[in-house]
Design a protein around this ligand. Structure first.
Ligand code: TYD
Length: 232
């Protein structure tokens, strides 16, 4: 159900998929077309949610268990939705969010082993009707994503042979990433009207083209924001 006259787009996928670069490219392309765009991210995106982000990503909540973490992600999401996302959609903006409810389904639900009914209940409360109009799922082999994350962190890149020879913990990490990848693909398969899978292993310019081709047809159905005039 659309909220206001805006368009709500979320980007999902594992780490190292290049979401932030692509969000920037999509926002630029839409602004060039005269749309008013708000880019935001989770966990965070509002002052209250940013405070919770710190608790979550610092690992401070980890010792209290995955259930507690899931509730904190939901609390942050609720604040973000009510303070930032819903008001922006009501004003007719295009809202692009780096991760949203599908990340909780995958990270806390699937790899966190939480009961799907519990995750669903939290999701219902947190999103309160603000479901994305379009979710772009960035798909990438786990080893490739992990390597990109490593390179970004300044570590040495791995050759294909080294990837095959990862130690037990690294291998476990790959397995977890692969599980998440499958879970994102399952979500996309179950909700094809909302979710679009994009191959994130190709060149950034090709990914940007694929993303724009998905989002562009959804734009005419909305007004072009408050301060933007559609270009002739
Ligand atoms: P972030 O530094 O924003 O990384 P990324 O570039 O991967 O988005 O970290 C967000 C982390 O939080 C990421 O590991 C996924 C996790 N996360 C969840 O576990 N559940 C959630 O609901 C969300 C939104 C994120």
């Amino acid at each position: 159900m659309p909220i206001g006259s805006g368009l709500f787009v979320t980007f999902e996928g594992g780490e190292g998929a290049g979401k932030s670069t692509q969000i920037r490219l999509l926002a630029d392309a839409l602004r060039e077309r005269g749309h008013t765009v708000l880019t935001t991210r989770e966990p965070g995106g509002s002052p209250g949610a940013e405070a919770v982000r710190h608790v979550l990503l610092s690992g401070a909540a980890q010792e209290f268990g995955v259930r507690m973490e899931a509730i904190l992600f939901a609390a942050a999401r609720s604040d973000h939705v009510e303070e930032v996302i819903r008001p922006a959609l009501m004003k007719g903006l295009v809202v692009i969010c780096d991760r949203f409810m599908d990340s909780s389904r995958v990270y806390q639900g699937v790899t966190g082993n939480l009961d799907p009914a519990f995750i669903e209940a939290l999701e219902r409360v947190a999103v309160n009707g603000v479901v994305p109009d379009c979710t772009i799922v960035f798909d990438l082999p786990a080893a490739m994503g992990l390597e990109r994350v490593r390179r970004r962190a300044g570590g040495t890149a791995l050759s294909a042979g080294e990837v095959a020879g990862l130690d037990r913990f690294e291998q476990e990490e790959i397995e977890t990433h692969e599980k998440r990848r499958e879970a994102f693909l399952d979500i996309a398969a179950a909700d094809p009207a909302r979710c679009h899978v994009v191959d994130a292993s190709v060149a950034a310019s090709d990914i940007a083209g694929a993303v724009l081709a998905i989002v562009e047809p959804l734009l005419p159905a909305m007004s072009n924001g408050l301060d933007a005039e559609p270009r002739a």
